[in-house]
Design a protein. Structure first.
Length: 153
């Protein structure tokens, strides 16, 4: 369960920050700052259906940061990692990078099995536009997220 997330995006002559906090009662709150003049393309890249932190439903327990395999750890660990075929569906507070805009994103994770010692988990975005097989260690830490990140051993 995510309790706090703090991110910063910095470019030539501009900076943005976002802090999301989740209270023990499940309510979300957040703050953001901006300085300088970001390029127009940055705001044009902002996803549709942006939500304010206070509008994130209490049932959303985790944050997923674009391009970060670390934030896939929480939903993957909830699956247990030992039962092939177990599937979990989660709504995440998804943070776009570098816009730091927050949207709600339905995600599905399915444990596929173990291959050469790595746990393989299929990730599907809720809109069906993206899928990947993530290779994880026995703790659920992503080792290889094709096209996004690979942990160096």
């Amino acid at each position: 369960m995510t309790r706090r997330l703090a991110l910063a995006a910095v470019g030539d002559g501009w900076a943005r920050s976002l802090v999301l906090d989740r209270d023990v009662d499940g309510s979300w709150r957040g703050t953001s700052t901006e300085s300088g003049a970001p390029p127009p393309a940055l705001d044009e890249a902002k996803p549709a259906h942006v939500v304010f932190p206070v509008d994130i439903p209490g049932a959303v327990v985790d944050v997923d940061v674009q391009w970060s395999p670390l934030t896939n750890l929480m939903p993957i660990r909830r699956l247990g990692l030992t039962t092939v075929g177990v599937e979990g569906r989660f709504t995440m507070a998804w943070v776009s990078v570098p816009t730091l805009a927050v949207t709600l994103d339905d995600q599905r994770y399915t444990v596929l099995g173990v291959d050469r010692g790595d746990v393989c988990v299929r990730f599907d975005s809720g809109d069906g536009l993206f899928a990947a097989v993530l290779r994880c260690d026995s703790d659920g830490v992503v080792l290889d997220y094709p096209g996004i990140a690979r942990r160096l051993r």
